[in-house]
Every structure is written in structure tokens, then in C-alpha cells.
Design a protein around this ligand. Structure first.
Ligand SMILES: [Zn+2]
Length: 439
């Protein structure tokens, strides 16, 4: 996993949001800040708490600009005036950033206590941004507290931290707190698509999906992974390229696993676990990614007011346990194998109910709503056409669909749409699928 600041961050810097509207996935924070700015309700200390790479420091800089913008204080900075430009460039005299993690802040805070009494040099507000504020030494934290107790006018502190529980309560109580959330894969993927729109080089939807998931809620990690796969060279980046880079399981195997669980196919699931293990992939990673996918399915089902399939709940319970046990297991795959057997042994899953062996066409018909959804996620336009056809026949790994009208069939068979559908089919059922019109 990409964890270090030394990892490639060119894209991250280039795509750092410069307005509140540009901050992805933290609308609950940016909305409140914009409203406060619009009403002139500025407090002198903010706490930005949340996981790394979720936009805390970027938001702090945008706040500094909105406060000091020549046209402000405004709900958004203009990003064109001398103040905005200087703050973006990191050269503004009145906006100071201090990294408590690297220097523990003793000298800085001591100096700060003196400097803070002085009026801003050129700007309306002096803004102090303290990164990793929980790392401040006791001495530095006490000095900061003294300043917060009697804040000089025109001074705003933004304390950013990944570990708010380690902050002294005396400091917390003097800050207006904002909690930044881990980003969902959806918004991350959408942002990556936007980034790619202005870059040469092609990344497949499945590869983007894998990057969005691997980033674990951090936009910084997502952009860093994207940077790395793009730097691998010319040509198309597919999910194998990304998976190789991350040393992780292909999304294809994950999607197949979800499908096998849905069908209640324990034997197939056990075979797949062996395959994944034989490919040298980490079982712990596999379970974690599997849990993330199943949880999404659970949330989607509940969100749509549909009944939750019993196998889904059992899988989540059993796999959570298996993930714990995998760490100490003598045979790494055993906890997962047992979990599969336990989760699926309590009765047939809904899709299997009443039927014997399903034909390939039946399998596709059963999965059709999910296939449509996956295509919709990958490319809404293609979904528009695909939703107007029906699965008609399966020959080997070729799906024939029957369109309601000839025009739909002609468009759907064009490379740009066909490729999306074929990719989704391959992801769902493994192998290399083809799409044809007919049947
Ligand atoms: Zn401005």
C-alpha cells in the first residue's frame, strides 16, 4: 500500500482543490464553513479531524484564502487576487503552516506566542495551520492553549489531526470541530475520471475501480497510485497492471466470489480461494476487499428498501471473524474456507432456490440487474442502450442479446459500448466474454 510521502505526489499537488466546491466528499464541512463565511461568523480556532488524505490541509488553506481574499471574507476565494495567489503559492506572510509531526513545534509555538500578538502584515487575518496537531509536545500544547485562552484579534488557528482523541481536552474545548470522512470509492473514482480527462494515457474502468478501492478512502493515496500506474509507460492500464502494482487480488476474482456466494456455490467458492492463494495473493487482503464489496451490497439493498438476502448477513459475520483469525492461522486460507462453508450451509441462497443446475443463460438472466448496474456505473450511456435489450442466448463465452429495435443493436455493437459490456461480463463470470446481437 502507498503510505509514504515519498510516493509520487505530482498529481495530488496538481489537483489539490483550490475552492470549497472542489473538495471531494466533505460537503458537510465545506457547506458549514461557507455559510459561516457568508455570515461573517468566523471563530478563532478550528479543529479538522479525520483520516489522512481526506482534504484537511487543503480545506485549511482554502479557508485561509476565503478569509484573506481581497474580495472577501467570502464563501469562496477568488484565487486571482494577490492574497489568494500568495497563499496558494505558500508565500503569504500571514498564513503559517507548522508540521507538529516533524518538529514537535516547541520553538515554533514559543515564537508563535510572540508573533501572534503582532497584527497581520498584509492580510486581514493571520492564519496558523498546525498539521498533526496531536503530535505537539506538552510544552508546545500548553503554549498554544495560553494563546487560545486569550486569542488576539485577527488570528485564526486551524488544527488538523488524524488522532483527535490524543488532543488535550482543554484545547479541544476551545475549537470548533469538523470531522472529515473517509471517502467512498464512488466519489474517488469520479474524481480520478476527471483527472484523467485532462491527461494523456488510458486507464480502463475496472482499473480505476480497483484504484478507488485500494485507496481506502484517501484521495491522496488514490492519486498517488494513479500517478504510479501512469508512470509505468505508454499503452492501456488495465486492472492487472494496477493489481500487479498493488500486489493485490484482481477485482475480477472478487466479483466472481460475490457471484458464487450469491448462488450458494460453496464448491466453486473454495476452488476460487485456492486459485487466489496459488496466484500468490494475500488472503487477508482478499477477505478485506470482499467484506468491503459485500458491505456495499448490504447498504445498497437496505437503501433501496429491498429484503436483505440471509446469505449476505451470514457472509459478513463469518468473513469478519475469518479476517481476524487469518493473522494467526497455520494455514492462511483455512479461516476463509471454513467461513464460506458455514455461511452457505444454512440453506440455499435465493438465486438457487427451487432450481437444479442453472444453464449459462439462466445465470446471466439472474445476474442481469447486477450486470446492468455495473455497466451503469462504468458508463451510463452504454447502460442506456443495454437496458433496451434482453439476454437471448449463450454460446461458450459469447452472450447474444435481442434488441427491441434494430438501431439499438447497431449502436450497442460499436466498440465503445461493446467493450464496456464485455468487460463487465468478464468481471462477473471470469474469462473473456464477447457480446453479439442476435439470438
Ligand atoms: Zn482572492
Amino acid at each position: 500500500m502507498v503510505r509514504e510521502e515519498t510516493a509520487s505526489l505530482a498529481l495530488y499537488r496538481q489537483w489539490r482543490p483550490q475552492t470549497f466546491a472542489g473538495v471531494v466528499g466533505q460537503e458537510h464541512v465545506t457547506r458549514t464553513l461557507r455559510n459561516a463565511l457568508a455570515k461573517g461568523k468566523v471563530v478563532h480556532a478550528y479543529l479538522f479531524a479525520g483520516p489522512r488524505g481526506t482534504g484537511k490541509t487543503s480545506t485549511a488553506r482554502i479557508l485561509a484564502k476565503a478569509l484573506n481574499c481581497v474580495a472577501g471574507p467570502a464563501p469562496e476565494p477568488c484565487n486571482a487576487c494577490s492574497q489568494c495567489v500568495a497563499i496558494t503559492a505558500g508565500s503569504a506572510l500571514d498564513v503559517l503552516e507548522l508540521d507538529a509531526a516533524s518538529r514537535r513545534g516547541i520553538d515554533e509555538v514559543r515564537e508563535l506566542r510572540e508573533r501572534v500578538k503582532l497584527a497581520p502584515v498584509a492580510a486581514r487575518y493571520k492564519v496558523y495551520i498546525i498539521d498533526e496537531a496531536h503530535m505537539l509536545t506538552t510544552e508546545a500544547a500548553n503554549a498554544l492553549l495560553k494563546t487560545l485562552e486569550e486569542p488576539p484579534p485577527g488570528v485564526v488557528f486551524v488544527l488538523a489531526t488524524t488522532e483527535p482523541h490524543r488532543m488535550p481536552a482543554t484545547i479541544l474545548s476551545r475549537c470548533q470541530r469538523f470531522d472529515f470522512h473517509r471517502l467512498q470509492p464512488g466519489p474517488i473514482r469520479a474524481h480520478l475520471e476527471q483527472v484523467l480527462g485532462e491527461l494523456p494515457g488510458r486507464v480502463t474502468p475496472a482499473a480505476l475501480e480497483l484504484i478507488a478501492r485500494a485507496a481506502e478512502g484517501s484521495m491522496r493515496d488514490a492519486l498517488s497510485i494513479l500517478d504510479q500506474v501512469l508512470s509505468l509507460g505508454e499503452g492501456e492500464v488495465d486492472e492487472d497492471t494496477v493489481a500487479d502494482l498493488l500486489g493485490k487480488v484482481r477485482l475480477g476474482a472478487l466479483a466472481r466470489m460475490v457471484e458464487l456466494l450469491r448462488e450458494g456455490d460453496a464448491a466453486g467458492a473454495l476452488r476460487l480461494i485456492l486459485e487466489v492463494d496459488a496466484a500468490g495473493k494475500d488472503t487477508g487482503f482478499f477477505i478485506r476487499d470482499l467484506l468491503a464489496l459485500l458491505r456495499e451490497e448490504l447498504l445498497r439493498t437496505v437503501g433501496q428498501g429491498e429484503p436483505v438476502p440471509p446469505h449476505l448477513v451470514r457472509c459478513l459475520e463469518e468473513f469478519s471473524r475469518a479476517m481476524e483469525e487469518t493473522r494467526t492461522a497455520a494455514i492462511k486460507t483455512l479461516p476463509l474456507e471454513l467461513a464460506v462453508v458455514k455461511a452457505l450451509s444454512d440453506g440455499p441462497a435465493p438465486h438457487r432456490a427451487g432450481s437444479g443446475e442453472e444453464s449459462p443463460l439462466q445465470r446471466i438472466k439472474v445476474a442481469w440487474p447486477d450486470i446492468l448496474q455495473a455497466v451503469k456505473n462504468a458508463r451510463p450511456v452504454t447502460f442506456g442502450y443495454l437496458s433496451r435489450v434482453e439476454p437471448a442466448a449463450v454460446e461458450g463465452q459469447c452472450l447474444k442479446v435481442a434488441p427491441g429495435d434494430a438501431a439499438t443493436g447497431e449502436i450497442l455493437i460499436q466498440q465503445e459500448h461493446r467493450a464496456v459490456v464485455e468487460q463487465v461480463l468478464s468481471r462477473f463470470f471470469g474469462g473473456k466474454w464477447k457480446l453479439e446481437i442476435g439470438g
